[in-house]
Design a protein around this ligand. Structure first.
Ligand SMILES: Cc1cc2nc3c(=O)[nH]c(=O)nc-3n(C[C@H](O)[C@H](O)[C@H](O)COP(=O)(O)O)c2cc1C
Length: 218
């Protein structure tokens, strides 16, 4: 697949079939993704790929606790600044409008939004999940390295006919994830990523005009 096609066809997919992803396909993607760049070649990512019974158990435990209204785990990092300023606040609310509008959920129906959000912890039906950890001593540059690794995984998935959804939602239940994966205690969970085959295509999320995010000088 052409790189431009991989970039432009990647979307956060939130409806997957339960078709399993062959292990050799995952191996190809994850072997190539290890070539993602990182400052001083630290390679600060620690990925766990979970399928089958362990993933079914993790989805069950996480969905049950969120549906029961249990409080989320104490955050290990700040997902967004506490007072998100413009234009970021506006982009976030436009995204929420589009996402929940497509599901027919009105803006003020927080309970329906909560119910829809629970699909996060079912990996939107996907058969495979990747959980991405990094050492809790790492700083902003290494978090950025991890982002490059994740994007590399997502683009390679496109070449294999797979779709993905990166999910910080999983960090809200990091203890439930740790109960299944038993990661070393010096690691912190950045996010999960659902991986699989798309069932129902959803509309693309838009982007800000380039004039807002790009400046040419010279
Ligand atoms: C780090 C990161 C965390 C995200 N967390 C979630 C999440 O928890 N749940 C979700 O449904 N989408 C999540 N997304 C997907 C974004 O909402 C999505 O990438 C954004 O709206 C742009 O849409 P697109 O990826 O379809 O182009 C996340 C994306 C990133 C990069």
């Amino acid at each position: 697949m052409d790189v431009y096609d991989a970039v432009t066809s990647r979307r956060a997919v939130r409806e997957f079939t339960d078709r399993p992803v062959p292990r050799r396909t995952l191996d190809r993607v994850l072997t190539a993704a290890a070539w993602a760049p990182s400052a001083s070649n630290l390679q600060p990512w620690h990925a766990y790929v979970v399928t089958g019974e362990p993933l079914a158990e993790l989805k069950k435990r996480a969905c049950e606790r969120v549906a029961a209204g249990d409080p989320f785990d104490e955050p290990e990092y700040q997902q967004y600044p506490p007072a998100l300023k413009s234009p970021y606040r506006d982009r976030r609310s436009a995204f929420g409008e589009q996402r929940y509008g497509a599901l027919g959920i009105p803006r003020d129906d927080l309970e329906a939004r909560h119910r829809a959000a629970i699909a996060n912890w079912d990996c939107f039906g996907a058969s495979t999940a990747l959980f991405c950890y990094l050492d809790r001593e790492m700083g902003p540059a290494q978090w950025s390295d991890v982002g490059m690794y994740l994007q590399t995984v997502m683009l390679l998935c496109r070449d294999e006919g797979l779709h993905t959804c990166t999910q910080m939602a999983w960090a809200k239940c990091h203890r439930t994830v740790a109960d299944i994966l038993s990661p070393p205690t010096d690691l912190t969970l950045f996010c999960g990523m659902s991986i699989g085959y798309e069932s129902t295509p959803a509309p693309r999320t838009g982007r800000a005009p380039l004039t807002e995010t790009l400046t040419y000088v010279g």
